[in-house]
Design a protein around this ligand. Sequence first.
Ligand SMILES: O=C(O)c1ccccc1NCC(=O)[C@H](O)[C@H](O)COP(=O)(O)O
Length: 215
Amino acid sequence: MADPLIIKICGIKTTEILETAIEAGADMVGFVHFTRSPRHASVDAIADLISQARGRVETCVLLVNPDNSSVAEFAALGPDWIQLHGPESAHRVEAIRAEAGVEIMKALPIGSAEDVGHVADFVDIADRILLDAKPPKGADRPGGLGDTFDWALLKALDPSIPFMLSGGLTPETVAEAIKTVRPFGVDVSSGVESAPGVKDKALIEAFIRNARAAV
Ligand SMILES: O=C(O)c1ccccc1NCC(=O)[C@H](O)[C@H](O)COP(=O)(O)O
């Protein structure tokens, strides 16, 4: 029996969209704290969203290269996960994991075979790995860009390594992604928005429906 697919809807900022994602059957919801992101949510807003979601769906706070005080501040809100989406080294991820007392998902940028080669460095360090499209030079943020990457690159990955597939997925492409890549889970942000940072109820429902149907 295959493990059930984990579906994460990322970049949720409002209680209404949180309810939509939960009712549509998401397994995990992501809250972004990165001021240059159109999905940025304040500490207080994320605290409220975590309280609303607790016990109903796994919650994930998304940070970029956080310092220790920021890790402690968000870990105190009681999320199920902290997702590290910056250039954090394996050593830094290990330190954050020891400090936070929260499960750590490490996002890794994939744009080349060399990038795939680095994934193994984090497997025993993070609790979960998320593989995202490598941002283009000059991008104003390290994720949430709606860009895909060449999934064929993942053929070189050790098949025993479970990962969340991310990067430019949409309701139209998620089924093909699942059937092609066979990830542990899928993650989406831009692909379920009507405008940057504006989540769309129907797109969220379609993404989750199509992902479930593909397994
Ligand atoms: O979503 C953002 O704006 C964001 C900002 C800074 C760092 C990470 C960010 N998102 C991380 C995610 O987990 C996204 O879901 C992932 O990058 C996929 O995004 P998309 O390609 O838009 O589906």
